[in-house]
Design a protein around this ligand. Sequence first.
Ligand code: LMR
Length: 348
Amino acid sequence: MRYFFTVAIGTIFLLIIYNGYQKDFGNSSTFPVDHEQTGLSDQIIIRFSHIVAENTPKGLAANKFAELIEEKTDGQIKVEVYPNGMLYSDDTEMQALQDGDIQMIAPSFSKLTAINPDWQVLDLPFLFNDYDDVKNIFTGDVGQFLLEDLDENNIKGLTFWSNGFKQMTSKNHALITPDDFKEVKVRTMPSAILIKQFLSLGAEPSTASFDQVFSILENSKIDAQENTLSNIYTKGFHQVQDYLTISNHGFLGYAVLMNEDFWNKLSPNLQSQVLEAIEETTIWNISQSEQMNNDTLTKLQQIETLSIHTLSADEQEEWQKKFEHLYEFYENDINLNLIEMIREEINR
Ligand code: LMR
């Protein structure tokens, strides 16, 4: 009898301990810790989820940041990078970040416009002339203002990374003049400005998440899409599209974001090491992304089934005229102040 009594009490005791452990493990208020590492029981794991291939400007920057932060903190912070949307798609990663299920993401600007319409400014066509403009905006007051704007959403904005200038691919004919866009079905990212951009050319825009783009192009559910050369090449869009227009009409960049509760729990010392590693990565990323897009153009030029046209200055101007009203819309309806700040920073 005494034996059974002892076993019963022991079992209840073990259940209470196990239950407490389970609760603590699933609690997003604790750091994810790598329990398999011996001697590193206080090692902090950052799960960094992104949706593009590893061999792209964002993929490489995420890996570089992981390397740098591990080095700077002597392994106290370890970044696990999950590429290709293997954890979350672009539709779900923002919520996962806010809920603390992952600690870092780097969505494109367009995907932040739902949280804060101010971000639409970075989707305006022909906003940046070159990578110097990009650098000025990323590292200046406008960049700071946009990142700080995210605070109230439990998001710590850390920096901007570059992918590159956007180009057009299409299936049935080349997209060279604005008239070529009439009734062409185009995939866009979810951003009101991008939708308006294609409507002003007479196209039929629709949004789709990045992981669906290849299949909707392949099944001819859409005819065309805009993206950077590195995204086009690494996701094989050129295999299901016959025409590429080098238009440089827009810019694809990323906001590098951390869950804010997670950020607040890092010691001041770790926070400054994270910022240092991020800053070094950003400087490297801007020139690396330019180089990568140039190299990718060379690879695409060797593909015989792909016909490539580079817009002349006059052709670009024709597109630009069609887009003027988008600037008026942004100034009148979204944030006049921000667009004035951008003009100043770009002309610096
Ligand atoms: C897209 O959806 O086309 C891009 O945002 C993908 C990316 O993150 O580069």
